[in-house]
Each structure stands twice: as structure tokens, then as C-alpha cells.
Design a protein around this ligand. Sequence first.
Ligand code: GDP
Length: 375
Amino acid sequence: MFDGLKDKLSSFREDAAEEVEEKAEEADAETETAADADATATPEAASDADETEASSAPAPDAESATEPDGDEAADDESSGPGRLKRAAAFATGKVVIEEEDLEAPLQDLELALLSSDVEMSVADRILDTVREKMIGETRAQVQTTDQLVTEALHDALLDVISVGQFDFERRIAEADKPVTIVFTGVNGVGKTTSIAKLSEWLDERGYSSVLANGDTYRAGANEQIREHAETLDRKLIAHEQGGDPAAVIYDGVEYAEANDIDVVLGDTAGRLHTSNDLMAQLEKIDRVVDPDMTLFVDEAVAGQDAVKRAQEFDDAAAVDGSVLTKADADSSGGAAISIAYVTGKPILFLGVGQGYDDLRRFDPEELVDELLGER
Ligand code: GDP
């Protein structure tokens, strides 16, 4: 999962760490040279002082004797502050990271993110956070440079990935039953499979569910979801092809109320005559059924397209979160990183395979650790 992106992030870490290390070595070398220079300068200065003291009584040479001293003091001052700063950095084992140190690695990171299908505004945000976390930072010797870079990248990724997260299970637990969840998204991305997977996920946590097929447009949609319902032994509410999707989901809610079912999982069409028709239908379902949650489903492999669609669906029927399928087949990770930040709604689940138990609760920390090779 996300192997391509993992490699690219790892390259950034190495490059950035190398730049900072190089700088640290340069600073150390300079400070050593400065220290050597000081060491040789000090006895001279001392002997100058001795001379001045020794010749303090007789006048003739006194002025000329103090002059060179004065000049030397001025020399020391002009090179002093920089030298002192470096010396201080050397003494404390710290090196201050500047913008120019990170310029090249950050440019590469930006390209890496964009080529991984990370949305532009998300890439910008990540870069800004890395800059903010690293520039002006002191690289202490107690902390390895790699740790410093990794922490900056960790925080930057977490910042965009964790947008809007909430405790899905708790929301289900605390909501009045039945809880109605409507699934939106285009055909073929794994919407129906995700409904079946979520039904199983809920079952494992003690919640019963009924499936309702609001995709009354596509021929074969009823059979497809029925197969899942039969395999999992769940009730399916379905109407004839061409029926009103809002009415099907509404029937699902009535069935759940009458049979003490906890959750209604409503499928919707992934394509109509035009995308305007589709969006109008989703708006109508939203109005009539007033679902507790609307989840947008798309496939991780769709990258930026998935991000664009997430925005469109969110505009039509306010989405509460996303399910990102086929993460197991995605190398780029762009959608996983971008969707939450772009829509302001969290990714709640990852589909990681074709089996019913291949649904993982999306955990931003876990994903970031995985991307940084810490898991
Ligand atoms: P829908 O048209 O959006 O309802 O899509 P389906 O649920 O029919 O899924 C389309 C295909 O994607 C099926 O072959 C699924 O088995 C497959 N699929 C769904 N989710 C995943 C996933 O997380 N990983 C993988 N590898 N395949 C998936």
C-alpha cells in the first residue's frame, strides 16, 4: 500500500538530512578553524597587553603601543559575532537550519508529492508545515538529523490527513436507532462491496443492519447487492428498476424501525443520464430521508479524480466522510493524503481487499507511521 509514495518520502528524508548534516559538518569545521585561530591569537594579544602594561610608565612609545591593540580589537569585533555564534552552536552541539539549506530537498518533495497525485493545495500545505517545523530549528546533537526531518514530515502529513476525524463507532453507538447511512460515489469504485463490508464491520461490533438499494437506475444493481445480502444473511430492501431511490431507502428505515435493526445502509446510483440528474437525485434523498450520515466512496487508485469527485458529491449532498477503496492496489497515496484536506471531511474507512473483512478503520497516525516506515 502506497509504496511509491513511501519511497519518495524516504528520499526526501535522506536528502534533507544530508543537507543539514553537511551544514553541521561545515559549521564544525569552521568553528574548529576559528578556535585554532583564536588559540594562536590569544598569546599574542596577551603579550601585547603585557607590553602595554610594562611600558605604561614611559611615554614615548605608549601611544604607538596601544594603537595596534585598538586595531586588533576592531578586527576581532568585525569577525566576532558570526564567529561567536558558530562557536556557541559548536559548544552546544547545535546548528541552526536556514531556508536555503532545505531549498533543493523541498523542491524535490513538492515534485514527489505532485507526481504522487497529491492535490496542489495539499502539497503546498505540507511544504509550509515542513518549512515551519524545520527552519530556524536547531539541530541538536542529541537528536539525529533524520529524527528532526521525520518529525517535521510526520507533523506535516498528519496535519492534512487528520482533518475532520471523529469517532465513527461512538457516533453509531450514541445515535438514535436506526442510524441511516447513505453511500454515494460513481460506479465501479467499490460502493456496493463497501456497504457489505461495513455491514460486516458493524455486525462484529454488535450492530444489526439492513441493506437498501437506492440504485434503481442500473440494470443488475439489485442482483449485485442481493448477492452480498444473501452471503451475509442480511435483509435487503429493493424496488423495481426505475423506482424512486428515496422511497427505497425510506422503506429501509421503516423496516429497521419495525424490526429493531440498528443501522440502514443505503446504496445510491453511481451514474444517471447526466451528472446533474445524479446530483439532483442525491439532493432529493438527502431531503426525504435526512440520513444520519452520508459517506462518499471512491477508489484510492483514482488519485486526483477521486479528490475532484469528492468535492462534487460533497457539494450535492453534504458528505460526512469518505471510504477509500482499493488502497491495497494503490501505490501513489495521493487521494488518501488529499481528500480530507480538500473536502474538510475525514476519510473514515480504507478498503484493503475484496474480502468482507478487508475494511480498515482509517487511522491518520497509523497511515503516517506507515508512510514513514515506522510500522
Ligand atoms: P460499485 O459499482 O461501486 O458498487 O463497485 P463494486 O462494489 O461492485 O466493486 C467493483 C470491484 O471492485 C469489485 O470487483 C470489487 O471486488 C472490487 N473492490 C471493491 N473494494 C475493493 C478493495 O478495497 N480492494 C480491491 N482490491 N478491490 C475492491
